[in-house]
Design a protein around this ligand. Structure first.
Ligand SMILES: C[S@@+](CC[C@H](N)C(=O)[O-])C[C@H]1O[C@@H](n2cnc3c(N)ncnc32)[C@H](O)[C@@H]1O
Length: 260
């Protein structure tokens, strides 16, 4: 369903430049799923968001959000979409992020993580890729980094202009048919992801593929939060472990690693 949304024909809504968005019309619908099923999919899986005085049900797919005006299904004639541009907590941290981790101790820890990953070849999905730490240390030929923070992604793009990235949370990330040999989430990026959403990680792996996910350990106060003076809520790693029951659990400094 998510792929069908992406494949449709989207027309820019010229009459509303103050609120840039695109729309697709029922009468021109050509995507490989019935129009009404798509509308229902948005309504069943979306979240409520207020715009002006009206509440809408919106569904995020990669870097776009989709919504309809809320008329009954037979009377719904268009689906809207707009780029997601909501501010993210890590946008505030981005300007100082790399400098926080440029001490010899931090660099040694980064190298130790990469060694522990034991990456040799194959495609990599980097969840919460941030400013591109993984690419600073290894250069997989097939790499996809996802992150909801445009501030962090801008840094990654500046250092690694050719890297493929998607501006999205993992919860809203739909890679279509694409599957990966290795899925990583370094230095607690997966702690910010809704634990139930992590359950689909094994299904995004190629046969024989593996994952390596780092979470904040109990009681740890993230240095990034302290340095930037922000408090960003994150989840207990045990909740993620419940959704990834085949994981091996180990400790690494201030982190707990779930891996296969
Ligand atoms: C501590 S940083 C780690 C960045 C990078 N992996 C590293 O090791 O340097 C956490 C990253 O997770 C990202 N993040 C936060 N919520 C996320 C979500 N729901 N899905 C994916 N990434 C998320 C943040 O924007 C941030 O870039």
């Amino acid at each position: 369903m998510a792929a069908a949304l992406e494949q449709s024909e989207w027309i820019y809504a010229k009459t509303m430049p103050q609120c840039p968005h695109w729309y697709t019309l029922r009468k021109k619908w050509s995507a490989p799923a019935p129009f009404e099923e798509l509308v229902q999919f948005i309504r069943d899986n979306g979240y409520r968001e207020k715009f002006g005085r009206t509440w809408f049900t919106r569904l995020d797919v990669n870097n776009f959000k989709y919504w309809t005006m809320g008329a009954p299904l037979p009377a719904t004639i268009l689906i809207n979409r707009a780029e997601i541009d909501r501010p993210e907590p890590y946008d505030v941290i981005a300007p100082i992020y790399d400098s926080l981790w440029s001490t010899p101790e931090a660099e040694a820890e980064n190298r130790a993580v990469i060694e522990s990953l034991a990456y040799t070849e194959g495609s990599v999905l980097d969840i919460g890729c941030g400013s591109g730490l993984l690419l600073d240390l290894i250069q997989p030929r097939r790499y996809l980094g996802i992150d909801p923070s445009s501030g962090m992604l801008d840094l990654l793009k500046w250092k690694h202009p050719l890297a493929e990235t998607v501006h999205s949370t993992f919860e809203a990330f739909y890679p279509g048919e694409r599957r990966f040999d290795l899925i990583v989430g370094l230095f607690a990026a997966p702690s910010y992801v809704e634990p139930a959403a992590l359950a689909r990680i094994p299904s995004l792996l190629k046969p024989g593929g593996r994952y390596f996910l780092m979470f904040y350990r109990d009681g740890y106060e993230p240095e990034t939060h302290k340095a930037a003076g922000v408090e960003i809520p994150f989840h207990d790693w045990r909740r993620a472990a419940k959704h990834l029951p085949d994981s091996q659990v180990s400790e690494f400094g201030n982190f707990v690693v779930l891996r296969t």
